[in-house]
Design a protein around this ligand. Structure first.
Ligand code: PMP
Length: 402
């Protein structure tokens, strides 16, 4: 029987949308989930995605056969090139194995399970504190002991670089280290290029640890695909082993199509074929093979220079709108003379601002202003518009002064 089954709590992030949907207020604003919205507050399908879909639809030779276990080979090649660069030595040397997976989440899960089965080092993964909540659920279920390293300093609302380095030095040699490639979620706090280099030396030289990059926002942070891949390329170009989970949810707006990739960069090309063969054994009993449609859209765009260029323009426009929301919100708080230093709204990177507001303040803003966000005070800047900035600024102001 199932009489003993307990009611589970709503997901900390997706539960915000559940609560939002129940609110009948016409002025409600959902700043919970990290999904891009237009100035009008509507979901956006990129023009370039529509064009790719038209091409796919017109191609009568396409069928609905199963893909192979690791997906569309062309998609895998293009995805590796997107994150590592077209001129990546690791790709040229045959050291990169890529598998199309179910968006970022699926890529992390498959990578985690592969490590739990095949990694020769300690089966322990270190994730930043705080991190995207799902990391803490994905990796234990994949079979990796999951621990945290210091990352965010609430006092400065910035990076705790010393704490991070200290914790990784104290972690076992060879441990896996989860790193957000750019636009850290939920804090919006990233390492500088110098800090990345310092971290790389510790991970590679001192501790022989294994970096596992979660790249969910390439192009979304700075507006440039190459800039946002800086850290990943720095690590891969030193010749060491690296895992990378890529998501096309945000940067192509393909959220519900569940399209992403896991790349495993090995040191010695002679192990690549064996690693790939075992990766297939991880995937086959999980879901056999990935879905075709989203990856076909991505392949169409990445393989066509005109579409690729158009994508970059649309991606930059999304990134720029988010950055402009940062300025508008900052200015609105300044105009209201809201107590506190709000410069972190300008300095944090990517989709989210980690406001520093506490649970009581968040609950107050939801109750009085119909603004929905996660309890840790994270707001999705991508869900904001010129129309809703004043409402949010009023809400923050009265939550702070009350
Ligand atoms: N990692 C991070 C840090 C994220 O923020 C997200 C999206 N919220 C993901 C991974 C994966 O998302 P998806 O599975 O939709 O690609």
């Amino acid at each position: 029987s199932f009489a003993h089954v307990k009611q589970a709590p709503e997901d900390a992030i997706l539960g915000v949308t559940v609560a939002y949907n129940k609110d009948p207020s016409p002025v409600k604003v959902n700043l919970g989930v990290g999904a891009y919205r237009t100035e009008e507050g509507k979901p956006l399908v990129l023009n370039v995605v529509r064009k790719a879909e038209e091409q796919l639809l017109a191609d009568r030779a396409r069928n609905k056969e199963y893909l192979g276990i690791t997906g569309i080979p062309q998609f895998n090649k293009l995805s590796a090139e997107l994150i590592l660069g077209r001129d990546s030595p690791a790709i040229a040397q045959g050291r990169v194995i890529t598998a199309q997976c179910l968006s970022g989440t699926g890529s992390l899960r498959v990578g985690g399970e592969f490590l739990a089965t095949h990694y020769s080092g300690p089966k322990v993964i270190y994730v930043p504190s705080p991190t995207w909540g799902n990391h803490l659920k994905i990796f234990p279920l994949a079979g990796l002991e999951t621990r945290t390293y210091r990352y965010y300093n609430p006092k400065t609302r910035g990076l705790d670089y010393e704490g991070m380095i200290e914790d990784l030095r104290a972690a076992p040699n060879g441990a896996v280290v989860l790193l957000h490639a750019c636009a850290h979620n939920p804090t919006g706090v990233d390492l500088t290029q110098e800090e990345w280099e310092g971290l790389r030396k510790v991970i590679r030289n001192d501790k022989q640890q294994l970096p596992f990059f979660d790249s969910a926002y390439q192009g979304f942070a700075s507006g440039s695909l190459d800039t946002d891949a800086f850290a990943v390329r720095r690590f891969v170009n030193d010749g060491g082993e690296t895992f990378i989970a890529q998501s096309y949810a945000k940067n192509m707006g393909l959220y519900g199509e569940r399209v992403g990739a896991l790349s495993i960069v090995v040191r010695d090309p002679s192990v690549a074929a064996r690693v790939e063969s075992q990766l297939k054994l991880v995937i086959r009993p999980m879901y056999s093979s990935p879905p075709t449609y989203g990856a076909a859209i991505v392949s169409t765009i990445l393989s066509n220079p005109a579409l690729y260029d158009e994508w970059k323009v649309e991606l930059k426009a999304m990134a720029d709108r988010i950055i402009s929301m940062r300025h508008q919100l900052f200015d609105a708080l300044k105009a209201r003379k809201t107590p506190g230093d709000w410069t972190h709204i300008l300095n944090q990177i990517g989709m989210f601002t980690f406001t520093g507001l506490n649970k009581q303040q968040v609950e107050y803003m939801t109750k009085e202003y119909h603004i929905y966000m996660t309890m840790d005070g994270r707001i999705s800047m991508a869900g904001l518009s010129s129309r809703t900035v004043p409402q949010l600024a009023d809400a923050i102001h009265s939550a702070v002064v009350k």
